[in-house]
Design a protein. Structure first.
Length: 151
């Protein structure tokens, strides 16, 4: 269960569970909290796939749109993949603890929009084939969140 924070009156926000995972490129630890108060974050949990190339291609294609919008995009996978992911921030969750804490299903891509204050403002799951459209909705949710509560 994800922690909740009471904000205004009876409104509760679900806070993104903290994590620190190694990057797929150098093994450098990346912690979610380093983005807090700096920029919104899109999390994409990628299921284990026989051929992750199409999915990585969709992520790489939309990455410039996230960068222009000032959104960090973090891709979380269970194991490193043999395709080139050098343009993406890919984190490896070998034991699956982060997948479980975020309640992500085994065979679906799981997306989270986290505002700059650590609240989850949007969540979706989709089949890997529908990832491109879901990524666009993820970006739109974070842009809308920034408009509602600019710094």
């Amino acid at each position: 269960m994800m922690p909740k924070l009471r904000t205004i009156g009876d409104i509760e926000e679900v806070l993104a569970p903290p994590f620190t995972l190694p990057s797929a490129h150098e093994g450098t630890p990346v912690a979610l909290h380093t983005f807090r108060h700096r920029q919104p974050v899109g999390l994409v949990f990628v299921p284990s796939l026989a051929d992750p190339s199409p999915l990585i291609g969709s992520l790489t294609k939309i990455l410039p749109d996230f960068i222009r919008a000032g959104i960090a995009l973090l891709v979380i996978m269970r194991e490193p993949v043999p395709v080139n992911t050098s343009h993406l921030v890919v984190l490896i969750d070998t034991d699956g603890n982060t997948f479980r804490r975020y309640e992500c299903p085994e065979r679906s891509a799981c997306l989270f929009a986290i505002d700059r204050y650590g609240a989850i403002v949007w969540r979706s799951t989709c089949a890997p084939a529908a990832l491109e459209a879901a990524l666009q909705r993820l970006k739109e949710a974070l842009e809308f969140s920034e408009i509602q509560c600019p710094e």
